[in-house]
Write a protein that binds this ligand. Structure first.
Ligand SMILES: NC(=O)c1ccc[n+]([C@@H]2O[C@H](COP(=O)([O-])OP(=O)(O)OC[C@H]3O[C@@H](n4cnc5c(N)ncnc54)[C@H](OP(=O)(O)O)[C@@H]3O)[C@@H](O)[C@H]2O)c1
Length: 261
């Protein structure tokens, strides 16, 4: 840790999507650094089990962000420890469906959780505190990928909103764009029927270990980085997307045939 890095000890951190995956791994790391945590997700039992494992002050604030009163929820989070220093917007839903079969309702669900929820929470906090916003975007927020029309759209929108916030106001924002990470995101990804994919994709299993991803995220936040890309092969695809678009299209297109398989 360097002298000017953020010291997480005693900081109040609200994590949405803390019941599993990246959010959970961040909670574990932040607890080791003695941050005070507010944990949000739908699965209350998972949050309680996690809270019991963490040797720090933790408040469980379970909610379904899809239909929660986000103004009231943000109010509860603010009063939990009296302030909020950092918000980690990790709650998110993946997608596994081709555009031709995807009804509008699926797009609305993806946009609601992945985009409107972080935007709403940020909007309620902006007038009252200058919390550092940590936004878990995706490499799909930087380029298109088959089977992810709605997911990519929601993550592009997320990046657009928070990148604009970075240049519009004096609000600290760290946008994180991970490639594949070893979490259960593919299990809960929405399909064309609106149901969960329910399959642990092989590619997901080969992703970056979740604890390594969380370490890189916290390092970026501590250094107040504006954008952190955490990826393996996807980085090269992103590079091609800019410098050799024809090859990017050729490679990415090949994955269309694997969607939903
Ligand atoms: N894994 C990857 O390869 C990858 C890559 C790039 C970006 N990301 C992003 O990383 C973030 C975390 O995903 P993950 O990979 O850690 O997958 P995950 O384990 O499935 O985590 C998703 C989290 O979001 C919460 N969530 C989903 N819907 C919710 C709702 N309606 N209300 C409240 N909480 C809700 C889930 O909790 P409950 O089910 O308990 O509600 C869970 O805690 C997401 O934004 C995802 O898009 C992941």
């Amino acid at each position: 840790m360097q002298e000017n890095d953020i010291n997480f000890t005693g900081k109040v951190v609200w994590i949405t999507g803390a019941s599993s995956g990246i959010g959970e791994a961040l909670a574990v790391l932040l607890a080791e650094k003695k941050a005070k945590l507010i944990l949000t997700a739908r699965r209350e039992a998972q949050l309680e089990t996690l809270a019991a494992r963490l040797d720090t002050n933790v408040i469980v604030l379970a909610a379904d962000l899809y239909d929660a009163d986000l103004s009231a929820l943000t109010g509860y989070a603010l009063t939990a420890f009296g302030n909020i220093d950092i918000v980690i917007h990790a709650a998110g839903v993946g997608q596994r469906s081709l555009a031709v079969e995807t009804p509008l309702e699926v797009y609305r669900q993806l946009m609601e959780i992945n985009f409107f929820v972080p935007v709403a929470i940020t909007g309620y906090l902006l007038p009252v505190c200058k919390a550092h916003m940590v936004v878990i975007g995706s490499m799909s927020g930087l380029m298109g990928f088959p089977g992810r029309t709605g997911y990519a759209a929601s993550k592009h929108a997320l990046k657009g909103y928070f990148e604009t916030l970075q240049v519009e106001q004096d609000v600290p924002v760290t946008i994180v764009s991970p490639g594949r990470v070893q979490t259960g995101l593919s299990l809960s990804a929405i399909t064309a029927s609106g149901k969960a994919h329910g399959v642990m994709d092989e590619a997901q299993l080969k992703g970056i270990p979740v604890s390594a991803c969380a370490t890189r995220i916290l390092d970026g936040v501590a250094k107040r980085k504006k954008h952190v890309i955490i990826a393996r092969k996807e980085k090269y695809l992103y590079w091609l997307h800019w410098w050799w678009p024809a090859l990017y299209h050729k490679i990415a297109k090949k994955y269309s045939f694997t969607v939903g398989k």
